[in-house]
Design a protein around this ligand. Structure first.
Ligand code: NZQ
Ligand code: ZN
Length: 387
């Protein structure tokens, strides 16, 4: 294994109906004025907004509301939130939502502490922020695992780039499975597939044989599949939602990535697809993964075979046969989930044409630590196959 230093920055409060008690226990870490950030209408419709503000009101805290963070959060929205945080002298930020709200707040937190433009600082000058406003997260839609890491996936609409920035890792995260019960079915399943993808993309990164991460990643994948199947049978199964909520955090809290390289080529392609189309993240991944793995399978047949046998019950004795069975089992599972398999099925803000896919391919980060190295033309051809 490669060298690593590891610590968990995030206290996790997990459990049904844990919201009020957990939030109250964290108030001392949030100062007097707290920015309460959220997305669209769901929070006020399902009563979570009132439940959170009641806790702050009872403690005499001042709340600064910051709503309207959209899925695929934009850099402009993070800057808007930063301006508000500065103007209102907020002491801490509480993100209440899914990955989009949490990621937006990670950037507000660090941007509020520096006059320099975070995008330029990180991506052009290669300087990472060291300071940020304290941040907490209440997860209302699970899948990304954003609540337990410092990475923020942000769309810079001005230049059509969706990429990862380093923000503040939440100091605490509240994971109450019941808060997810109003999430629409499509989002529940696509979020869970995102979790599956995180474990799988970690597993397919370069690593030495028999390392612990591969085994843990396979366990997370196995558990995610089992609990997705429970939700396909009963979408209101709170235990299954809770299991997926923890799978989600496990897949992206850094534990699986210790001492190894990761792949994340499918994610890189999906992020640029999202930059141009504003598509749903998990749905984009569902379309890209089988096409990518059909290109990668020959280069890593024993790994694909192990995944197929462990996660999907593939029985072929020969590794090459088991590997290609694994890719087809993944593809069949995506269909079983009711996730899209073609780009035309995505909700997109523009028509998805070959010209657009060329731009996606030409702006995608190409990964060097996965099972194969794709060229831009490979990415383009692959996307054309997905049309
Ligand atoms: O905006 P509202 O009205 O709240 O509706 C949201 C949104 O439409 C809805 N929702 C959330 N909680 C709800 C609810 N609806 C009803 N009841 C509730 N309790 O869910 C919709 C999607 O929310 P969003 O936050 O966009 O979903 P998700 O958690 O999948 O986050 C996706 C974003 O995270 C990034 C993705 O690229 C994408 O931008 N990712 C972040 C990662 C990270 N930081 O570690 C890793 C991932 O790979 C991913 O890239
Ligand atoms: Zn993801």
């Amino acid at each position: 294994m490669m060298h690593f230093d590891f610590s968990f920055p995030t206290r996790v409060h997990f459990g049904i109906d844990v919201l009020e008690r957990a939030l109250a226990s964290e108030l001392a870490n949030m100062g007097n004025t707290v920015m309460l950030a959220y997305g669209g209408s769901s929070l006020k419709e399902n009563g979570v907004f009132d439940r959170v503000t009641n806790v702050f009101d009872a403690a005499g805290k001042r709340i600064v509301e910051f709503g309207g963070v959209t899925p695929n959060p934009t850099y402009a929205k993070a800057q808007e939130g930063t301006a508000l945080a500065r103007a209102e002298h907020v002491d801490a930020v509480l993100a209440v939502g899914g990955g989009s709200v949490i990621d937006c707040c990670k950037i507000i937190s660090v941007q509020a502490k520096t006059p320099d433009d975070i995008w330029k600082l990180e991506l052009e000058q290669r300087v990472l922020p060291e300071d940020g406003l304290p941040l907490g997260a209440v997860v209302t839609a699970s899948g990304t695992g954003a609540e337990m890491n410092a990475g923020a996936v942000i769309t810079n609409e001005a230049i059509s780039i969706k990429t990862g920035l380093l923000g503040t890792a939440p100091g605490f995260a509240i994971l109450d499975p019941k808060l997810t019960i109003t999430v629409p079915r499509m989002q529940v399943i696509s979020g869970a597939f995102d979790t599956f993808s995180h474990a799988m993309e970690t597993y397919f990164g370069a690593s030495d044989a028999d390392n612990p991460s591969d085994s843990i990643a396979l366990a997370v994948m196995q558990n995610t599949v089992a609990n997705i199947r429970r939700l396909l049978a009963d979408i209101d199964d709170t235990d299954a939602r809770g299991n997926l909520m923890w799978d989600s955090a496990m897949a992206e809290n850094g534990l699986l990535k210790l001492g190894r390289a990761t792949d994340f080529q499918a994610h890189q392609i999906e992020h640029q697809l999202g930059a141009f189309t504003d598509c749903n993240h998990g749905q984009g991944l569902a379309i890209i993964h089988p096409a990518y793995y059909r290109r990668a399978v020959a280069a890593a047949s024993s790994k694909f075979a192990r995944l197929g046998r462990t996660v999907f019950g593939v029985t072929a004795a020969d590794d090459q046969a088991a590997a290609s069975d694994a890719v087809e089992a993944l593809s069949a599972f995506i269909e079983e989930c009711g996730l899209p398999t073609k780009l035309g099925q995505l909700r997109s803000r523009v028509e998805i044409t070959p010209e657009l896919l060329r731009r996606v391919a030409d702006t995608t980060n190409l990964v060097t630590s996965g099972p194969v190295r794709l060229s831009r033309d490979d990415v383009y051809d692959m996307l054309l196959e997905c049309l």
